[in-house]
Design a protein around this ligand. Structure first.
Ligand code: ADP
Length: 518
């Protein structure tokens, strides 16, 4: 079957070879094994169900949360000579019936279905009458409570599988599965671990950068000025911020579009098309923009604010460089962004356990901003890849400042946290270390601790940043919601015993103001 699949690849898409992951996935699907494919954005997941849909006797159902893009996807398939249709809430009952009729008559090979439709008993009944050979679950992480985009309607998919006619094989696809998410998907959809295909997450053409302590407006303006006509996306946290950055760049004469949930569907479509067809150079957007957009020549993705977790970040940043050409992913970090994200988690209607989880994921995102190790390796490690090497391209790999021994300072911080019984947050620990006369410090009698004032030659800001670094380097854990408590990890003991040293890059030298520019 693989040989035939290869012919179809050439015929419909014009490609000569499958990528490694694709081949492996197709082999399993052709052997009727329920399979999970974990591939980075741009890795070529769609072909893994589109090609089988041409070879299987029954129809291929694709569950996809990307309702607004279904029409585009279907149009693209039609153009490639693959008969496809979609069913979602934008259609009338009559239209749905007509399409189902068409599927039954064998007009379509592929049918995209919005997960919400699975909540309708009438619709499920209709589906049961169809011969289905393959059920593809796109964005499968939506099925897991631990995923970053849980959708309750995805929980109906396991039931659907058992009700469908034709004993379909299941193919789950996602770009972002941590080990927990991967386990959830496998167990819900009866996928054996040997049928999980994970291709390398590393994107060799991307270079990651974290920029701290810069005025973001000035940075963005200068970056665009320096990078001429290259195409890029700027992600901002809120609609208001999108509007603000958009206005600012337009005033500078940059060819810029905007995209967020507050625009009408027509406006959004126009903005998106103009960007995809290279009529606009830069797109300023909230995270509503990008899912499923296939624009290969995006040279940079700048995050004006830190996103809420690594999954979202890697997915959004990964929209750069789909064509394999060198591209940059830049995150502009300010500590205030943490508060905003904490606030959003607390405001949400998630239950307490879920909120805890989200806070932990946010902390991993914050640690990314403070780490001094390879940024790409940090991300890959987060997704469960233990075997990583430094990329040599990111802002940390390129940072050639020398590392200095900060073991003694680290020991001071660790013992202070320990003496405070690991029950206080960063602000309080910092105040004790610098010897603050704050009333709260006295109330808890912390001024009597032997660690009180141990770092009195430092400013609170310096100590606070050092604590952030120690958390990023996995010596400290910050857990517990909006006011996280500092705790020591198992990496601390060898440091306290003097068996290992803690190193940190030297502080940057202050910039010397040039004499020509008074
Ligand atoms: P994903 O869904 O994983 O983000 P897509 O399926 O949209 O990725 O594919 C990303 C791009 O890679 C598309 O432009 C697609 O046509 C291209 N692509 C997919 N498979 C191959 C292949 N075997 N050879 C060359 N290009 C491919």
């Amino acid at each position: 079957m693989l040989q035939e699949a290869k012919q179809r690849l050439k015929e419909h898409y014009g490609y000569d070879e499958f990528r490694d992951g694709q081949k492996e996935i197709l082999e399993k699907v052709f052997h009727n094994k329920n399979t999970m494919g974990v591939m980075p954005t741009g890795g070529g997941k769609s072909i893994c169900y589109q090609i089988p849909s041409l070879l299987f006797p029954g129809v291929t159902l694709v569950i996809s949360p990307l309702i607004s893009l279904m029409k585009d996807q279907v149009d693209e398939l039609q153009e490639a000579g693959i008969e496809a249709t979609f069913i979602n809430s934008s259609l009338s009952y009559e239209e749905v019936r007509e399409r189902i009729q068409g599927i039954r008559q064998g007009v379509y090979r592929l049918v995209y279905v919005a997960p919400e439709r699975l909540e309708s008993a009438v619709f499920l009944n209709m589906l049961q009458s169809l011969p289905v050979s393959l059920l593809a679950v796109d964005e499968a992480h939506c099925l897991s409570q631990w995923g970053h985009d849980f959708r309750p309607s995805y929980m109906r998919i396991p039931d659907l599988v058992s009700q469908l006619n034709g004993n379909p094989v299941v193919l789950a696809l996602t770009a972002t599965a941590t080990p927990e998410v991967s386990r959830d998907i496998s167990s819900a959809l009866a996928i054996n671990s040997e049928n999980v295909v994970q291709t390398g997450f590393a994107r060799e053409n991307l270079s990651f950068h974290v920029i701290k302590g810069m005025d973001r407006d000035i940075y963005i303006k200068d970056y665009i000025k320096q990078n001429g006509t290259h195409s890029g996306i700027i992600y901002a946290a809120t609609r208001k911020e999108v509007e603000r950055l958009h206005d600012q760049l337009s005033r500078l004469g940059v060819s810029v579009g905007k995209y967020h949930g507050g625009l009408t569907a027509d406006q959004r479509r126009d903005m998106q098309e103009s960007f995809v067809y290279d009529d606009t150079q830069v797109m300023v957007a909230t995270n509503a923009f990008g899912m499923g957009i296939n624009k290969s020549n995006v040279r940079f993705v700048i995050h004006a604010q830190m996103p809420r977790n690594i999954e979202s970040y890697y997915q959004e940043a990964g929209r750069a460089g789909r064509d394999g050409e060198p591209s940059e992913c830049i995150l502009l970090f300010t500590p205030q962004d943490i508060r905003i994200q904490q606030f959003l988690i607390e405001q949400s209607n998630m239950d307490e356990e879920r909120k805890e989880q989200e806070h932990a994921k946010l902390q991993a995102m914050v640690n990314y901003c403070h780490t001094e190790k390879c940024l790409q390796a940090y991300i890959l490690h987060y997704f469960g890849d233990e075997d990583t090497t430094a990329c040599g391209r990111c802002s940390e790999c390129a940072d050639d400042r020398e590392s200095v021994d900060v073991t003694r300072e680290a020991q001071m911080v660790f013992s202070c946290i320990k003496r405070m019984n690991e029950r206080f947050g960063k602000t309080m620990v910092t105040q004790v270390l610098v010897g603050s006369t704050n009333k709260k410090v006295k109330d808890f009698s912390f001024h009597k601790l032997s660690t009180y004032g141990l770092m009195k030659d430092r400013t609170q800001k310096e100590v606070s940043q050092f604590i952030d670094y120690l958390a990023a380097a996995q010596y400290l854990k910050m857990s517990g919601g909006t006011y996280p408590v500092l705790q020591l990890t198992e990496n601390v003991l060898p440091v306290l015993k003097g068996e290992t040293k803690v190193k940190k890059k030297q502080a940057r030298k202050p910039r010397v103001i040039s004499k020509q520019h008074p």
